[in-house]
Write a protein that binds this ligand. Structure first.
Ligand code: PEP
Length: 253
């Protein structure tokens, strides 16, 4: 199956767990619970400090590693940051960019665009998060999503769109248990494809994978995936529970 057709499930562990030992236990659990589901691309984005050690556990699996953030520059005087070559050397091939928890800390559309371009230059897949804080009945929140997508991927060359994933993550659904409905997800993924078609063309839009994130769990994954028209999920809370995360992978596989 081509990379684009394979379902994609990404675990965003955020700043969890507290110890490397726990991280290894969760990772091994996911490795065991996902090994039967070979049709699905599974990416684990742990805290950066754990990447090198978890990379050693990826032998005999197809699990890939992701980073939760990056700097756009390759090296230099950027205290506390990590560059793409450093992340790649540690084992990373996917980079989450513009998560709402980072936008909240001041990450701007301009910065996100620079990170996307640097990620592609570094031969990694860019997972760009977009999403509205709240919804209004008039649907004005769609303009915000359009603006976030244009700013993040507007500069990308059409030929590189296979390495771009848009993660639609409504902020009201992240970590709240309030999942978007199948209709919400379906409408939004169609809208995102329409924006991408306007920015590039139909082929370009088809090459971008669109995934959903926001309180995805073992119970709602199947319906959202089957009827939402999406390519997979970005999972926070449930990705720290190997049994639940295994069920989410099974649901898309
Ligand atoms: C996230 O933070 O990207 C996320 C989707 O979190 P959760 O699954 O916990 O809502």
């Amino acid at each position: 199956m081509s990379q684009l057709k394979r379902p994609l499930v990404i675990a965003n562990w955020k700043m969890n767990p507290v110890t490397l030992q726990e991280a290894k236990t969760i990772f091994t659990g996911i490795k065991n619970n996902s090994k039967k589901f070979l049709e699905t691309t599974v990416v684990i984005a742990p805290p950066t400090l754990y990447i090198t050690e978890l990379k050693k556990l990826t032998t005999k699996t197809s699990l890939a590693l992701g980073a939760q953030n990056t700097h756009f520059d390759v090296k230099g005087a950027y205290t506390g940051e990590h560059s793409i070559p450093q992340l790649v050397e540690a084992g990373v091939s996917y980079i989450i960019i513009g998560h709402s928890e980072r936008r909240q800390q001041g990450e701007t559309d301009e910065l996100i665009s620079r990170k996307v371009m640097a990620t592609l230059k570094g031969k990694c897949t860019a997972v760009v998060c977009v999403g509205e804080k709240t919804r209004d009945t008039q649907g004005n929140f769609y303009s915000l999503i359009e603006q976030q997508i244009k700013a993040a991927v507007g500069e990308v060359q059409k030929s590189r769109l296979k390495d771009v994933v848009i993660a639609y993550e409504p902020i009201w659904a992240i970590g709240t248990g309030a999942t978007a409905t199948v209709a919400d997800v379906m409408e939004m993924q169609l809208f995102i494809k329409k924006i991408l078609t306007k920015l590039f063309d139909r082929t370009g839009a088809r090459n971008v994978r669109v995934i959903y994130g926001g309180s995805v769990n073992a119970d709602n994954a199947k319906e959202l995936f089957v009827s939402g028209g999406i390519n997979g999920f970005l999972v926070g809370g449930a990705s720290l529970k190997p049994v639940d995360f295994g069920k989410i992978i099974q649901a898309v596989n």
